[in-house]
Unconditional design. Structure first.
Length: 344
């Protein structure tokens, strides 16, 4: 179907993009539809979104696998429903933080940092308009290990506990990891060369579908960071992350569910506030030292806050224990005994 381009010439709808990213100059080689052609009309006649086109060129789909999902009338259970059921099984509380720490330990991390980030985010240059409701406070979980290819695969296996397949990897992205959906509907993380975003509702990220509700971006070579600066600002200047080179760590970002987002959520229709995050951190404080005693690699956990005009996280509390000197260390023997590997 012919539509007018920016100059008024009639061209095929497939040859142009409607500009839903007005802060951007048209990228080289991209032809825009006429500015007086409404976006809804343009989309209805087959013109593709500029945002969606840019995203498609610079990212990979995440193939979330619903292993173990129940079936009803020949259809797989919706991902949001599956996550809702997981939350019923994994109560909110300090155990969610313990799960994140355990995952870091299984990856070989030696340090974990938790951050309540209340730095306000911009809401203009975002991947999609609905992303704006997730630009408020966030819970951030950082560790000094990097994702392996297997980790990228396992974290997308919603509904199957990888602990069953590998008992030694007690917390490596099993069902318990999905307890983070108590906080958020839109988790994301950066590790190594990639930034990954999940959208179980498939309503926030442009192009997300129930079968592929997420994106994996190789950020080093991607123009998306400069094209959508507000979207990625929350990662910058946080625990050494600048998204310009491979990141030698892993940082999860869980934007807190607001009242507005809670009303639309099929996962958990309840908001999660900064006050609740502080309470969660204090509850975890009571068990933090004990948690370290039963970990193989993590030796230090720090809890931070950030807000206002300052980009520097402020330390709230920190717990640490010395690293094992050798296999004769009494704590090493205790850990082996707890794991069922003792020679006694």
């Amino acid at each position: 179907l012919p539509v007018p381009d920016a100059s008024g010439a009639l061209v095929q709808a497939s040859e142009v993009r409607f500009n839903d990213a007005p802060w951007l100059a048209a990228p080289e080689g991209v032809r825009l539809s006429h500015p007086k052609l409404p976006s809804q009309t343009a989309e209805a006649v087959g013109v593709r979104s500029l945002r969606l086109a840019l995203l498609a060129e610079a990212s990979e789909d995440i193939d979330v696998q619903l292993h173990g999902s129940a079936e009803a009338f020949g259809q797989h259970e919706a991902l949001t429903t599956r996550l809702k059921h997981i939350l019923d099984a994994y109560a909110d509380g300090p155990g969610v933080i313990s799960e994140l720490v355990q995952n870091a330990d299984d990856a070989g991390a030696t340090e974990v940092r938790l951050l309540l980030d209340q730095t306000p985010g911009g809401d203009k240059s975002l991947l999609g308009p609905k992303m704006a409701r997730w630009q408020g406070p966030a819970l951030v979980a950082w560790n000094d290990a990097v994702f392996s290819p297997a980790d990228f695969h396992n974290i997308a296996r919603i509904g199957q506990d990888s602990k069953i397949d590998r008992p030694a990897a007690a917390g490596r992205f099993g069902l318990g990891f999905n307890a983070v959906y108590h906080f958020t509907d839109l988790p994301s993380f950066v590790s190594g060369d990639y930034l990954v975003m999940f959208d179980p509702h498939a309503t926030h990220l442009p192009g997300a579908t129930p079968a592929r509700p997420g994106l994996k971006i190789a950020f080093g070579a991607s123009p998306l960071l400069s094209q959508f600066p507000d979207q990625f600002a929350g990662y910058l200047d946080t625990f050494g992350c600048d998204l310009s080179a491979s990141y030698p760590a892993t940082m999860f970002r869980f934007p807190l569910r607001t009242d507005e987002a809670a009303r639309a959520s099929e996962i958990k229709p309840e908001a999660y506030t900064p006050t609740q995050v502080r309470a969660l951190f204090e509850q975890f404080r009571e068990r933090a030292t004990q948690t370290l005693l039963f970990l193989k690699n993590v030796r230090k956990i720090g809890v931070y806050e950030r807000g206002g005009d300052s980009r520097a996280p402020k330390l709230v509390y920190e717990v640490s224990i010395p690293a094992f000197q050798d296999d004769k260390d009494p704590r090493a023997a205790t850990l082996q005994w707890v794991a069922g590997n003792s020679a006694f």
